[in-house]
Design a protein around this ligand. Structure first.
Ligand code: DQA
Length: 147
């Protein structure tokens, strides 16, 4: 089982970026937690971060035939990117959307996600634990749907 974890723009600055919203862990510390969860679950995980929409979309395209599913925190592109939505629809891979903060508790423009209705589900508001819960939810789904 191979899972692709994608972090969107500005998440490379975690640790110092708006700690009240996103916590104080760095992206590297969060990635280590994801990798140790993957090890416990016996799955292979690739982690990718990019600040530009095109790089994220190309990485989603490259997932075809190489990964069983995707966990994605699209960050600000959640609220703006039709291209991201179309890429997820195109690759037809089971995907879980995650957010560190609870996007429904914040500004109105963050309450709309352009991908929520094309993914398996959304986990939002549990800081770094959102990624772990998202990965576990995706693995449950993949195991249940294994032929
Ligand atoms: C975020 C929420 C987004 O609204 C924001 O633009 C981010 C991070 C989160 O993880 O809470 O960059 O996706």
């Amino acid at each position: 089982m191979k899972i692709l974890v994608i972090h969107g723009p500005n998440l490379n600055l975690l640790g110092t970026r708006e700690p009240d919203q996103y916590g104080t862990l760095t992206l590297e510390q969060i990635n280590n937690k994801i990798l140790s969860c993957a090890k416990n679950q016996n799955v292979e995980v690739k982690i990718f971060q990019a600040n530009s929409e095109g790089e994220i979309i190309s990485e989603i395209h490259r997932a075809i035939g190489n990964f069983n599913g995707i966990v994605i925190n699209p960050a600000a592109y959640t609220h703006t990117s039709v291209a991201l939505r179309d890429a997820l629809l195109a690759v037809e891979l089971p995907t879980v959307e995650v957010h560190l903060s609870n996007i429904y508790k914040r500004e109105d423009f963050r309450k709309q996600s352009l991908i929520s209705d094309v993914v398996l589900g959304v986990i939002s508001g549990f800081r770094e634990q959102s990624y772990i819960l998202g990965l576990e939810a995706l693995l449950h789904h993949l195991k249940d749907n294994k032929s």
